[in-house]
Design a protein around this ligand. Sequence first.
Ligand code: PD2
Ligand code: ZN
Length: 285
Amino acid sequence: MNATPQPMTAQLRQWILEQAAAGRPAPELIDAMQRSGWREEVAVNAVQQVLRQQLEQTAEQQGLPPASAVPEPALAGAPLFIDLGDRQVSVLMNLARPRVVLFGNLLAPEECQALIDAARPRLARSLTVATATGGEEINADRTSNGMFFQRGESPLVQRLEQRIARLLNWPLENGEGLQVLHYRPGAQYKPHYDYFDPQEPGTASILRRGGQRVATLVMYLNDPLQGGGTTFPEAFLEIGPRQGNAVFFSYERPHPSTGTLHGGAPVIAGEKWIATKWLRQGEFK
Ligand code: PD2
Ligand code: ZN
């Protein structure tokens, strides 16, 4: 190749697109650019930028909704831990597509128990947002009991919200209130997407409160005895629920192309408690 260590040029853009179209994987392109004198991070950024633009253009041509910015933990350099000041969170799994990251040690056992204790007296049969109307409804696909904390409603909730905002580099104000769910044996949450379906008539009114959901953080508050994993059927992935761990996933557009279909597998033995934080594009009021 004849790329030189210059900023992006039309020629370089074309070379990257041609090589990608010929089936050369991105790491090979980056290697080739480095051999021609590019610094690794500059090469990575250039390849990413061109391929992302291309993907976005193709998506637009296919009539997909536009992509949004999404929360993203700081994982450049493949750290084993992320230091959040009050806590060292471990990075246990990092999947690019669908975008899924598994964290360990996000919550202390005492914090998990305190959330359960505060939620238990306020539990009711879980509702889901009724996208047809914008209201809420009982959903046979979701057989757990749940409740919402108000954002910032207690010192514990505030501390966790600040921790999540730092972990995911996303404004605290863009988060919905924490939701706690309790599953007994047999209870499950059938596979679904967390974004609001743009085709549904009730979605416009839901989006007035902070826009679309763009990411989810499911925090495990206890260890069930058997079952109760979080599944991503299209990725053939199942996350084992372990107290204090959390699974993060993001979706840059409200579309199945994100691969973020996911569900809560039936609890077989024991019980399962989770806290979920949904993140919106803008401030959730
Ligand atoms: O309980 C879970 O693992 C689960 C699965 C799917 C939670 C959610 N979705 C959710 O809270 O959105
Ligand atoms: Zn979900």
